[in-house]
Design a protein around this ligand. Structure first.
Ligand code: TXA
Ligand code: MG
Length: 325
């Protein structure tokens, strides 16, 4: 069974009807496609976990349409307000203390006393505005697989489990949001993403803390994730027999002519272009039937940090922990 795919220009009323009835809908955001449900409806949120095969200890991001809506759910201090005003709508998720009297269903936060909040651009924002309630939405992929950047990618992964996919073409950013946890006079980077860390540090006027921390900060950030079927080999300077090549920039790895298939993230070496292409090219190379995907080095500055983070997870051994989302 397949899901219905409707262009964003025609999908609003149908999406609203499904959400109001407690169903889930795959929607475009500027980062990746999300699998959305009413964040105040426990049954809707449970359907999200079920469709993805996602463990329930892994909390979801609540998407909002305004700062007012966000403030009803999370407790903002001057620093978090500044970050929201600077980067929203956009690919930044803030983890904040949960308001005590919110109607967000506890499944969304997995029972934590914090909540991840983000204001997306485009269709998602309009939809949340019409619904008048936050939407819980993880990336619209089966747990542990590559995040979808097109309606077709959602269809081929979750199409049999959901009723509607709203199609707005390829997502502009191509990587999930950057997740920052706001503490008292501190900021911790939980997941690099669509807003480069340096831009957040500049706006906040303070450095982002990284790594370590007290326990699992972003439960979804486990080693094996974004896993294609093929093995992934990083920082490849040459292409082996039977390998596909994920290239970057103008210079090719040795033996590239023998690659089973090639995609270049950005021939000009532009990290923004590379981020937008990353997940769809990984899927395409995986579909080429190659046993392994060799990946040329990608610089780690700016958006390169998030690109390398996702590539490292795609390359991680698969037999460790079950990948949670
Ligand atoms: O760009 C994005 O962020 C996309 C689009 C759809 O908005 N969403 C997305 O959601 O990537 P998801 O569920 O795939 O990743 C959300 C991450 C998970 O790693 C989860 O563990 C973490 O956010 N998270 C959610 N709530 C949290 C909390 N209260 N504290 C720490 N981490 C949290
Ligand atoms: Mg995800």
């Amino acid at each position: 069974m397949k899901a219905e795919i409707l262009p964003a220009s025609e999908a609003m009323e149908r999406a609203l009807a499904l959400l109001r009835a407690g169903d889930v809908v795959a929607i475009p955001t500027e980062t990746v496609y999300g699998l959305a449900g009413d964040a105040t409806n426990g049954l809707a949120v449970a359907k999200i976990f079920e469709a993805k095969g996602r463990p329930r200890f892994n909390p979801l991001i609540a998407h909002v349409a305004s700062l007012e809506m966000a403030q009803r759910v999370g407790r903002f201090d001057p620093l978090s307000r500044k970050l929201a005003e600077t980067f929203w709508p956009g690919p930044l998720t803030l983890v904040l203390p949960l308001q005590p009297d919110t109607d967000i269903h506890p499944l969304v936060t997995a029972g934590l006393d914090t909540i991840a909040l983000r204001m997306p651009r485009g269709f998602g924002a309009a939809l949340i505005g019409r619904l008048g309630r936050p939407l819980a939405a993880p990336s619209a992929n089966s747990s542990g697989r590559i995040s979808p950047t097109s309606a077709q990618a959602v269809q081929s992964d979750l199409g049999g489990k959901i009723r509607l996919i709203v199609d707005a073409g390829s997502t502009a950013v191509g990587l999930e949001s950057t997740i920052v946890k706001v503490g008292q006079d501190s900021l911790r980077l939980l997941r690099p993403g669509g807003v480069p860390a340096g831009e957040i540090e500049a706006a906040a006027g303070m450095p982002l803390e990284r790594g370590g921390g007290d326990g699992i900060q972003a439960p979804g950030m486990m080693a094996s994730h974004y896993a294609p079927g093929a093995a992934v080999r990083l920082n490849a300077r040459s292409v082996g027999k039977g390998e596909a090549l994920l290239a970057f920039g103008p210079d090719r790895a040795k033996g590239w002519e023998e690659a089973v298939a090639i995609r270049n993230l950005s021939p000009a070496g532009d990290l923004r272009e590379a981020a937008a292409n990353l997940f769809s090219f990984l899927r395409e190379l995986d579909d080429s039937g190659a046993s392994s995907i060799a990946v040329e080095p990608v610089p780690v500055d700016g958006l390169g940090e998030a690109i390398n983070d996702r590539l490292t997870r795609a390359a991680a051994p698969r037999d460790k922990l079950p990948a949670p989302d």
